[in-house]
Design a binder for this molecule. Structure first.
Ligand code: ADQ
Length: 736
């Protein structure tokens, strides 16, 4: 196994230029903090940006930057100020970030930013490709690099690629407003595994893929021609030990060694016997609900004045994306709100809010976490929120209360916290009161459970789980029985074909020779297809049988000038190459008048669906329906029909977005056999894409070459990717 290549927008280190030299510091933010330990331990390199515009690094220091980065197994991608503006501040943080956090009104759709986003993703792709060996595993992170998986896949089709999205994936109703939604989804689908923090984000993504790209998924697997993409949720954990050890160390050290910051916190705590600290820590971001948190705190002091001079809110906000206008406005709003509340409630001995607008060293963060009685975390949307988890990990005596917004991914796991709706002020205010008054025993009971979970599912376990699942997803394809029809296999089959004296092809029509169209009548054979089949059929000692579920009128009209054998309606009718349509069996259809009204009720309730009446079967089509509703209704209808038809010699076939009801005992396999018994063949070839073709694969003799179109469970021996590959293959036969 090769190395792991981690790629994220930012490297886990920050480079600053001091006078004539450079200074390397760790970078903050959830992703860097979380993944650092995984990176340190394994055989991996990390590719990303250093945080400095390319132009600001003096030429004579460029080598040094590279050298320092390499010491930490990091490879810098240089970004110019212009790229940072368009790609990072622009598309990433003025389009995707607000949209994915449901701030639709903040989302800007600037074509220039999109172009920049594409170019910079390509730049990252090149950096990866330069360092990529075939047996490496690639792990792409986050919303700045949504196009990267496909860009790498296009150049290295077989490499293993994982993608993890650290922010929410919005409902498809929100996602579809994005003008470049197809490209974004296709970019992500370049990966073998796509991970999200929660099942909800996973569900939203799958639905977007279904609605927008019209690609099918079974459970959490998306089937794409020759690949399967797995989608799953992996709630990211933290380096638990690091936080709890740091907190223990800090408590065990002599108080003379405490930081000044800690001394200040202690001063407040010792000011009265019942003094309490509430903390709030985040990047200064509008998704974190900071302004409303301050308002709620003001309302708390108003509603429960007995807490004045006893509680203090310590608010830590790290500067973030200061070039984006909304962040500047938020900064102003927060400054004003803090001023207003402090102005209104402060006394000589007490300021209700201590506000810090800066990053803090790890030790001070620990001081803060371990000194506070309550953590108040109220984002309006948050992919996960690691601060909540870090707070719990530092509570080594198991006291302390976490108040957490239900809109944070972390709320799905941290059930024992006080979960609130960040828009419900009364609820927040009452939760603060409950938290401040919560008996120690209850705090301990809750935190015990929270800690148990966080200790077990650490960031290390998270990364391991993701990587294991990635390997499984990659191996999944080899578990499908069929083997890929590669160039070598193709050559062997053609050789066999050339040597044979009596050759026959059974070829399905829709999904095999032509792609599906919105309406069945729109999938007419194009002139090149007619020509291709004609040539194949004209070869000496070669018979072609088109074997389809379609009605005989359509099939007969479309193929009237090509003298192939036609089998229609899954085997009801046969038109020999040199003759007229005839029934293969004696079939009754008086059942139709009873079944049709049932189908009609489903058409009425399911917009976009319709009934097709063939000579000997009825078909309910749901390709144009809402994909999820279509499937739910298909399931329902199938159950109803199975009850209705079981004693009447009928069967229900579940095809590709169709349910077909027909007389039992008729299928493509039986029909093919009727032809095969009449003559001896030494080359038999069967190809098809859906469920109804499985009858053909199962009934054809052992020596037959059977091929499925698309990667799906099948009894065929081989699979090909798509209609285009089928046509290319048939072309090869017709040439030989
Ligand atoms: P973020 O939005 O950055 O991450 P979060 O998960 O809370 O949010 O991580 C913030 C990190 O920064 C924490 O590790 C915290 O300790 C640190 N931090 C916060 N304030 C700090 C300060 N003043 N000084 C120093 N360090 C500070 C994104 C998503 C989240 C998701 C993570 C990980 O928005 O939803 O949880 O990625 O996937």
């Amino acid at each position: 196994m090769g190395k792991t290549i981690i790629i994220s927008n930012r490297l886990p280190l920050q480079i600053n230029i001091t006078e004539k030299d450079i200074e390397v510091t760790p970078s903050v933010g959830g992703l860097a903090t979380g993944l650092k330990s995984f990176h340190k331990e394994g055989d991996s390199i990390w590719i990303g940006w250093t945080g400095m515009p390319e132009e600001e690094i003096p030429d004579d220091l460029k080598g040094k930057v590279l050298e320092e980065a390499k010491k930490q197994n990091c490879l810098p991608v240089d970004l110019t100020s212009e790229e940072i503006e368009g790609f990072y501040y622009g598309f990433s943080n003025r389009t995707i970030w607000p949209l994915f956090h449901y701030f639709m009104e903040y989302s800007e759709f600037e074509p220039e930013d999109w172009e920049s986003y594409k170019r910079v993703n390509q730049k990252y792709a090149e950096a990866v490709l330069e360092n990529l060996n075939d047996d490496d595993e690639v792990w792409v992170h986050d919303y700045q690099l949504l196009l990267l998986p496909k860009m790498i896949r296009d150049k290295k089709p077989n490499v293993t690629i994982g993608f993890f999205n650290h922010i929410p994936f919005p409902s498809s109703e929100v996602f579809r407003t994005l003008p470049w939604r197809e490209e974004i989804l296709e970019g992500m689908l370049g990966a073998d595994l796509i991970g999200f923090h929660t099942y909800d984000y996973e569900r939203h993504f799958l639905r977007s893929v279904k609605l927008i790209l019209r690609k099918d998924s079974t459970f959490n697997e998306i089937h794409l021609g020759n690949r399967i993409v797995r989608v799953d949720s992996f709630p990211m954990g933290i380096d638990y030990q690091k936080f709890s050890d740091a907190s223990l160390n800090q408590q065990n050290q002599p108080s003379s060694e405490n930081s000044n910051f800690q001394k200040k916190l202690d001063y407040h705590k010792n000011s009265t016997s019942d003094a309490k600290l509430i903390i709030s820590i985040d990047r200064l971001d509008y998704t974190k609900g900071i302004a409303n948190r301050i308002r709620a705190y003001g309302y708390f002091l108003e509603k429960y004045p007995e807490y004045k001079e006893k509680v203090r809110l310590v608010m830590l906000a790290v500067p973030s994306r200061t070039n984006v206008p909304q962040y500047q406005l938020l900064k102003k709003e927060v400054d004003e709100l803090v001023g207003r509340i402090n102005g209104r409630f402060a006394t000589v001995n007490w300021t209700p809010i201590w506000y810090f607008f800066r990053s803090m060293p790890f030790e001070n963060l620990i001081d803060l976490y371990s000194s506070s009685d309550v953590a108040l975390i109220t984002p309006t949307r948050d992919g996960m929120n690691l601060v909540a988890k870090e707070y719990i990990a530092t509570r080594t005596d198991q006291t302390g209360v976490l108040i957490l917004s239900e809109m944070a991914g972390a709320a799905h796991e941290l059930n024992e916290a006080l979960i609130i709706n960040p828009n419900n002020f009364e609820q927040i205010v009452d939760a603060i009161k409950t938290a401040l008054e919560m008996p120690k025993e209850e705090q301990i009971r809750r935190n015990k459970m929270l800690q148990k979970r966080l200790k077990r599912y650490t960031v290390e376990k998270w990364a391991k789980d993701f990587m294991n699942s990635l390997r499984e997803a990659k191996n999944r394809i080899s578990k499908i029985k069929a083997e890929q029809l590669t160039a070598d296999v193709e050559t062997a089959i053609i050789e066999k074909f050339k040597r044979a004296k009596n050759r026959i092809f059974f070829i399905d029509y829709d999904g095999t020779l032509v792609n599906f169209a919105d309406k069945p009548e729109n999938a007419k054979p194009d002139p090149s297809l007619l020509e291709l089949v004609k040539q194949l059929n004209a070869l000496e000692n070669t018979e072609v049988v088109l074997i389809s579920g379609r009605d005989k009128e359509t099939l007969g009209t479309w193929w009237q000038d090509v003298p192939v054998n036609l089998i229609s309606e899954h085997g009801v009718w046969l038109r020999p190459s040199n003759g007229n349509w005839g029934l293969t069996e004696n079939i009754k259809c008086d059942w139709m008048k009873n079944v049709r009204p049932v189908l009609e009720t489903f058409v009425d309730r399911t917009p976009g669906t319709f009934i097709e009446e063939k000579n000997y079967s009825l078909v309910w089509h749901y390709r144009k329906a809402d994909p999820e509703l279509g499937e739910i209704r298909a399931n329902e209808l199938s159950t109803v029909l199975k009850d209705l038809t079981s004693n009447h010699g009928l069967s229900v076939l579940e095809g590709n977005k169709v349910l077909e009801i027909k007389t039992s005992g008729i299928n493509k396999g039986k029909a093919a056999n009727k032809i095969l018994v009449e003559r001896k063949h030494d080359f038999i070839f069967g190809i098809g894409d859906d469920w109804t073709d499985e009858y053909l694969f199962n009934e054809l003799p052992e020596q037959a070459i059977t091929v499925k179109v698309g990667v799906k469970e099948t009894s065929a021996k081989y699979y090909v990717k798509d209609v285009e590959q089928v046509r290319d293959l048939l072309k090869e036969f017709s040439k030989s």
